[in-house]
Design a protein around this ligand. Structure first.
Ligand code: UDP
Length: 324
């Protein structure tokens, strides 16, 4: 049995689907503060908060948990700047609770949702796992604190973990059973699709004076199914007794500018909408592109849905389904 915390959320729900389709049994722990009950179409859902240690213990008591995949966390950079304490509590302290309980029950395999936000403003592109870790917001800082804890627990406490540093997760399940549904939404692709579908009047581009060919920020959009596949491969990696704890970047390796994303959304949807140029959003680096060679070499992982048009199309199919 695999325990998936945050399995009702965007990335966790895609991983839950893939694990079930690959023959694993899962149990999802989610407090449904951000996630959706309807996204847990596979395995069992336990509505609980990680701060409720008795309830978490009960899950370990009642199930034969082989490994834990930990997605439950807050993930809005803007919110983390306004309420840092909330981020340290949920993202760090609750992970500490979970790891303590895992230790009590001698569950040693852990897969962690980490982030490119650990790298802050990178010195060089593409970014590999050895790049300097210098988060520039409490969200990234809270995830780095967990990574530091994991390293120590692995070096000295018997934990075996894989930390997966996602770049920009995007797209939706190709069968359209699950997808991205944040409230409020802050990510670029769903916001642009909101403009296409008429849920917003326009889309704002935050800055067109960056050092990039068209002046807008470049990001590495990685399809959520490819992320899910990396989690499955990370689990299989941890199932091999001689493999050590490890850390992998997960990106597409291709960068797309905000303007390219907007234009691709117009093309895929066939809908024109207003685009406004606004000031820069604080803390946005010019370019973030992953070097994911390590995941390819060690996990045998390679992203499959790499064309921006295909990523946007899957997001659009889902967007139409939930918003029309
Ligand atoms: N962005 C934008 N307009 C929006 C939302 C985002 O121009 O309404 C830009 C943002 O400044 C960044 C890129 O789109 O350069 C991706 O932002 P997102 O919030 O999706 O992901 P992040 O890179 O912050 O994790």
């Amino acid at each position: 049995m695999i325990l998936i915390t945050g399995g009702a959320g965007y990335i966790g729900s895609h991983v839950n689907k893939l694990l079930n389709n690959s023959g694993y049994e899962t149990i999802v722990l989610d407090n449904l503060s951000k996630g959706h009950k309807s996204a847990v179409k596979w395995g069992e859902l336990v509505n609980a908060d990680l701060s409720d240690r008795d309830k978490v213990r009960e899950i370990f008591q009642d199930n034969d948990i082989e490994a834990v995949m930990h997605f439950a966390a807050f993930s809005s950079v803007a919110e983390s700047v306004e309420e840092p304490e909330k981020y340290f509590k949920n993202n760090y302290e609750n992970t500490l609770n979970l790891l303590r309980i895992m230790k009590e029950f001698r569950v040693r395999k852990f897969i962690f949702s980490s982030t490119a936000a650990l790298y802050g403003i990178p010195r060089s592109i593409p970014i590999n796992e050895d790049s300097e870790l210098k988060p520039i917001n409490p969200y990234g800082e809270s995830k780095l604190m967990v990574e530091n804890l994991l390293k120590d627990e692995s070096d000295f406490g018997g934990l075996k973990y894989v930390s997966l540093r996602y770049f920009n997760a995007a797209g939706a399940d190709l069968d359209c059973e699950i997808g991205e549904d944040h409230n409020p939404e802050s990510h670029l692709i769903p916001l642009v699709l909101d403009a296409a579908i008429g849920r917003r009047d326009s889309i704002s581009i935050f800055g067109d004076d960056y050092s990039t060919p068209d002046g807008t920020c470049i990001r590495d959009y990685i399809h959520v199914n490819d992320l899910a596949d990396a989690h499955l491969k990370a689990l299989q990696y941890l199932e091999e007794p001689f493999n050590d704890s490890n850390i992998f970047n997960l990106g597409n390796g291709n960068g797309f500018s905000v303007r390219e994303v907007v234009d691709t959304c117009k093309k895929v949807t066939g809908i024109d909408f207003d685009v406004k140029i606004e000031g820069r959003r604080p803390g946005d680096p010019d370019i973030l592109i992953a070097d994911s060679k390590k995941a390819e070499e060690i996990l045998g992982w390679k992203p499959k849905i790499t064309e921006l048009e295909d990523i946007v199309e899957s997001a659009w199919n889902w967007h139409k389904k939930i918003h029309v």
